[in-house]
Design a protein around this ligand. Structure first.
Ligand SMILES: Cc1cc2nc3c(=O)[nH]c(=O)nc-3n(C[C@H](O)[C@H](O)[C@H](O)COP(=O)(O)OP(=O)(O)OC[C@H]3O[C@@H](n4cnc5c(N)ncnc54)[C@H](O)[C@@H]3O)c2cc1C
Length: 567
């Protein structure tokens, strides 16, 4: 294969926007997108609620500046303010660009793009397509990429960056259909592999594939991870599966109710009520449950999300997917009954450290979307700001890589490296004697994270979590891939994903133990206050000689001074 100008790993919203923009920047470039699932099955397609932009359609007095302030406040002042400026200023343009290429936004009566209220936002500014926003955006982008001639390598599993000293010369990936390892020599590589919240197993709203592969590949290549301790728990996951009930359900007016029939958010966010930011609403639900005001069931404790007062018409027109999911996964029709919900691990604020142009510390390697940390979400992301992030920074990373690709002349990836990779995969199938199984390790990882590195954190719990992760890493060295076939070996892929999750879980737990304060989604029972003097900074985790080395980076401030965060 001749060398690529750009190889993009990931066919979600970030990867596809990057591909489309790179093609637009320079149509002569040779651009490939690799994805372990068909692009339109990426997790972006599960996004229900919408994307924020201060269009001022619903609230005429909404402004970009208000969006900027809400985002910085929502981040508990950990977001870099110059990056937030870019995110929010580009938002109206990107929503209209998507409209121009065919995204069917829901409309208001005057035919302008409809906007709904979302948590932590001062004005209704979330643009949506019913409750299938991500799905429609992804379809639109995929069509455009096909039309523009982007090459797709679907069902390819990225394994490693190929390094020449400290420089990247491209990517090594496995063709899932044949089990063969292949080299993708490339001048530039963009990681757009999505988040890592699936490491929380069935306490997660994420797709099965959100296992942080891109972050782990970059981490093993020596690229720093930033703010990994910040994992967002979404307040309303379905009780049994952790599947998401969009914030749009509360945006449309849904109530959260405890077993005493009380709208308990009046205790925690008297003004914003159910539309407080996610970290606060999740903690409130968890507190209600811990203090005995939740419902009990064999599938765990929960509270109610009540939509009945919204009426059948609204539920059927604006929240059809929520109704379907409640029926299918809980046996509950929200038109007639409240939905049982509990917080669920939902989003990774942390990720590959990048500048505002998507560049990492390694020449020719970029990252965008949920796998990157620019950082625009800081310690807590606002609902509707992630779709926006993947579009805005996906586009920027695609543009930057297209402009810079000409600067790099990577040597070809040597055949020996491909063979080494293949041998390593094979060795996992040929282990003899005592061996470990994927299933047990995977479940134990999820459990220790949910218990010890969950919503409420504390030194002894986090230490236990770190110990468990280290033990699981040790046991992983003896894992055996029991399926030895070449074609769609899902057991092998699960094992590879598990390795990635174990590497990243360590960075999450170690970061959480180090950060002795409470900020945004990171709540330490033993350090309940935000400590700006000691901790108003980003944490970095870099792998050096196979050891996690902790570092830090200042937060870029701007017009907004640190303030207490109340709602
Ligand atoms: C249920 C749910 C609802 C959400 N709702 C909203 C919402 O309403 N509004 C909002 O703003 N945000 C929402 N979010 C968050 C938002 O959808 C995600 O953060 C965003 O879509 C991530 O996009 P992405 O392009 O970065 O990654 P993804 O869409 O996750 O795509 C990742 C891509 O990487 C590929 N990939 C991963 N690993 C590999 C590998 N090893 N080799 C090859 N390819 C690989 C995958 O195949 C996939 O194509 C929601 C998230 C969830 C889980």
């Amino acid at each position: 294969m001749k060398p690529f100008d750009i190889v993009i790993v990931g066919g979600g919203g970030a990867g596809l926007y990057a591909a489309m923009e790179a093609m637009k920047t320079n149509p002569a470039l040779n651009i490939a997108v690799l994805s372990k699932v068909y692009p339109n099955r990426s997790h972006t397609s599960a996004a229900q609620g919408g994307a924020n932009a201060a269009l001022g359609n619903k609230a005429k007095d909404d402004t970009v500046e208000m969006h900027i302030f809400d985002t910085i406040k929502g981040s508990d002042y950990l977001a870099d303010q110059d990056a937030v400026d870019v995110l929010c200023s580009e938002a109206p343009k990107i929503i209209r660009e998507l409209e121009n290429i065919g995204t069917p936004w829901s409309r208001m009566e005057d035919n302008t793009i409809a906007q709904r209220p979302f948590g932590g936002a001062g004005r209704p500014r979330c643009c949506y397509c019913a409750d299938k926003t991500g799905h429609t955006i992804l379809q639109t982008l995929y069509e455009q990429c096909l039309k523009k001639g982007v090459l797709f390598f679907n069902e390819y599993f990225a394994l490693n960056l190929s390094l020449n000293g400290s420089r990247s010369r491209g990517l090594i990936a496995m063709n899932m259909k044949t089990g063969k390892v292949e080299a993708f020599t490339a001048k530039t590589v963009i990681f757009a592999t999505g988040g890592y919240a699936k490491m929380y197993w069935n306490r997660s709203s994420n797709a099965a594939g959100n296992t942080g592969d891109g972050q782990a590949i970059a981490y093993r290549a020596g690229i720093p991870m930033k703010d990994m301790e910040f994992v967002q728990f979404h307040p309303t996951g379905l009780r049994k599966s952790g599947l998401l009930v969009t914030e749009g359900a509360r945006g449309e007016g849904g109530y959260l109710v405890n077993k005493d029939g009380e709208r308990f958010m009046s205790r925690y966010a008297p003004e914003k009520m159910e539309l407080g930011p996610r970290d606060l609403v999740s903690r409130s639900i968890e507190t209600e449950i811990l203090q005995g005001r939740g419902f009990d069931s064999p599938a765990g404790k929960y509270v109610h999300l009540d939509l009945r007062h919204l009426g059948a018409d609204l539920i059927l027109s604006r929240l059809p997917q929520i109704r379907e999911m409640s029926l299918n996964f809980e046996g509950v029709d929200p038109i007639n009954e409240p939905i049982p919900v509990r917080p669920t691990a939902h989003y990774s604020m942390g990720g590959i450290d990048t500048d505002n142009f998507g560049r990492t510390v390694m020449d020719g390697v970029y990252a965008a979307g949920e796998c990157a940390c620019v950082s625009v979400h800081g310690a807590n992301r606002l609902g509707g700001n992630s779709l926006l992030d993947i579009l805005v920074f996906g586009r920027i990373a695609g543009h930057t890589a297209a402009e810079e690709a000409g600067k790099f002349q990577p040597g070809m990836i040597p055949e020996s490296e491909v063979k080494e990779c293949m041998d390593e995969l094979r060795s996992k199938m040929q282990r003899s004697g005592h061996y470990e199984r994927y299933g047990a390790l995977r479940e134990e990882l999820g459990q220790t994270l949910a218990i010890n590195v969950g919503i409420y954190r504390e030194s002894s719990l986090l230490k236990k979590g770190i110990e468990d992760i280290s033990e699981l890493q040790e046991r992983f060295t003896k894992v055996r891939v029991t399926d030895t076939s070449d074609v769609f070996n899902t057991n092998l892929m699960q094992v590879l994903e598990l390795k990635n999750m174990l590497d990243l879980a360590e960075t999450v737990a170690v970061g959480a133990l180090a950060r002795e304060e409470s900020r945004g989604s990171h709540t330490r029972i033993d350090f309940p206050q935000r400590d700006d003097e000691a901790w108003h900074k980003h944490t970095l985790a870099t792998l050096v000689d196979r050891k996690l080395i902790a570092g830090e980076k200042p937060v870029t401030m701007g017009r907004y001074e640190l303030q207490e965060r109340t709602y």
